[in-house]
Design a protein around this ligand. Structure first.
Ligand code: HEC
Length: 130
């Protein structure tokens, strides 16, 4: 028998690996049209961010039920500005504690930020804060 602490660690590692593997599923479920300027950002998001964040427009369900600490906020439920997304990408989320830093840099970071700011918050009534 594994000691309970090790067992819990093992289980959460397996769950994270599963979440990341799901995140790698690619472009299925993307709701942005291929000729949309935000399509590239949606694809990048689906490839690298969907393991931890839910966002319908990218077919991403990574927030799931947020029982795991590494599961990020559901971005359908939060409006984000381009600056905030760029900050989160550079800093590793707002806290800098859990989300990896610099998953994207340069043009790719811009493309993802444009996409997220355009499509995040689809389940929120109010517009993003200025
Ligand atoms: C390993 C899991 C993980 C991955 C991969 C990940 N994130 Fe996160 N993200 C988180 C967690 C956890 C938080 C919440 C804690 C924090 O803000 O520090 C977060 C927070 C955020 C926030 C702030 C949301 C808010 O309103 O609080 C944004 C924006 C964001 N992530 C965007 C992205 C983008 C874009 C990508 C892909 C480049 C990405 N994340 C990849 C885990 C992840």
């Amino acid at each position: 028998m594994m000691p309970p602490v090790l067992r819990a660690l093992w289980l959460s590692t397996a769950a994270i690996a599963a979440a990341l593997a799901l995140g790698a599923c690619g472009t299925e479920g993307i709701e942005v049209a291929e000729d949309d300027p935000n399509y590239e950002g949606a694809v990048l998001f689906a490839e690298r961010c969907s393991g931890c964040h839910t966002m319908k427009a990218a077919g991403a369900q990574g927030s799931a039920n947020r029982e795991l600490r590494n599961q990020g906020p559901n971005l359908d439920q939060r409006a984000e500005s381009v600056e905030d997304v760029l900050y989160a990408i550079r800093n590793g989320g707002f806290s800098g504690a859990i989300m990896p830093q610099n998953i994207f840099v340069g043009d790719e970071a811009e493309a993802v930020a444009e996409f997220v700011s355009e499509y995040a918050g689809s389940e929120v009534d109010r517009p993003p804060a200025p």
